[in-house]
Each structure stands twice: as C-alpha cells, then as structure tokens.
Design a protein around this ligand. Structure first.
Ligand SMILES: *[C@@H]1O[C@H](CO)[C@@H](O)[C@H](O)[C@H]1NC(C)=O
Ligand SMILES: *[C@@H]1O[C@H](CO)[C@@H](O)[C@H](O)[C@H]1NC(C)=O
Ligand SMILES: *[C@@H]1O[C@H](CO)[C@@H](O)[C@H](O)[C@H]1NC(C)=O
Length: 151
C-alpha cells in the first residue's frame, strides 16, 4: 500500500512529466557531434574565453568523443597560407555527468589577418569498430563564428 503513494505524489508534483521529458531528448542528426558555446564571442590575442562543450546528443546518438580538439580557421578571404590554429586539445571524460566539458582557453597572438572571417571548429574524434574488428578513431567537426580583434 505504501508504494502506491509514490506515483500519486509524482503526478501531483509533476515529476512524472519531468521524467518523460528527459527521456524524450530532442537530438536531431545535426547534433550528433555535440554542440558548443563560448563566451565572449569577440576576443583579443592574449585574452581568455570560456568554452562549454555539450555532448548530450553526441552520447545519445553514439558519437561519444575520445578527444575534442578546437581550431580557429579562416573560412573567408583566406589567402591560402592561413592554416587552422590549434586552440585546445581535450581528452573527453566519458563519465562526465552532465556530459559537459567546460574550460578556459587563451587566444594566442597568432597569424590573424584583416578581412578574414574566423570560425572556431570543434573536432569530435570518436571510436568505431571497423569491419575486421579493429577500433578506429573517426572525426567530424562543427563550427561557430568567432570575432578576433585587436591584432
Ligand atoms: C563580430 O563583431 C561584429 C561587429 O562588432 C558584430 O556585428 C558581430 O555580431 C560579431 N560576431 C560575433 C560572432 O559575435
Ligand atoms: C545540452 O544539450 C541538451 C540537448 O540539446 C540540452 O537539453 C541541455 O540543456 C544542454 N545543456 C547545456 C548546459 O547547455
Ligand atoms: C570524470 O567524471 C566523473 C564523473 O563526474 C568524475 O568522477 C571523474 O573524476 C572525472 N574524471 C576526470 C579525469 O576528470
């Protein structure tokens, strides 16, 4: 009899609907590599910015990272010698709960050029079992625009 109170209390306080909302995670395929946000969005060389990587959907869709690497790339008005610049290399904690990786990065005084349009790329390197049984690491990336000023 005592146990019957649990679902009644749960529905009274809305816990049941909260639980089902968490089960019905909205993870479209476009979020399979994870998402990230950072702040501030406009950064001077030498300044710090905070990156929050969110692997909720990556985990859910089977793309749990082994590594997360961040590069700044010049995707417009690139003169051909403007190579991706490594910002951070992270070994992902696959036990992290919630599945977030939060850290501070420093923008180096790098090869920044007027007129360029920079994107911060997050490369998710995730493991797969190949047909012959070997575990291999594949990679995919998502990007967000970043403003680099003051150089
Ligand atoms: C970059 O700076 C410009 C000018 O201040 C602004 O319009 C734009 O929204 C900024 N972009 C980002 C990604 O913050
Ligand atoms: C992480 O992503 C999930 C799925 O999109 C979302 O429900 C959750 O609010 C996000 N967490 C943070 C801290 O942004
Ligand atoms: C990984 O996350 C788990 C769960 O939060 C934590 O207990 C553990 O210390 C973390 N490992 C590292 C290396 O940070």
């Amino acid at each position: 009899m005592h146990l019957n109170f649990v679902p009644i209390l749960a529905s009274l306080f809305g816990f049941a609907s909260l639980a089902s909302a968490q089960l019905q995670l909205f993870c479209p395929d476009a979020l399979r590599l994870g998402t990230f946000a950072f702040s501030p969005r406009t950064v001077n060389p030498g300044a710090t910015f905070t990156i929050v990587a969110n692997m909720t959907c990556a985990n859910y869709l089977g793309y749990t990272p082994t590594y997360l690497d961040y590069y700044i790339e010049d995707t417009a008005n690139n003169n051909g010698h403007e190579y991706p610049t490594l910002i951070a290399r992270r070994t992902y904690n696959q036990s992290a709960d919630p599945p977030l990786d939060i850290f501070t990065a420093v923008l180096p005084s790098g090869f920044w050029f007027a007129g360029a349009e920079y994107q911060l790329y997050m490369y998710n390197s995730y493991a797969r079992t190949a047909p012959a049984g070997d575990t291999v690491i594949l990679v995919g990336a998502v990007a967000e625009s970043i403003n680099i000023t003051g150089y």
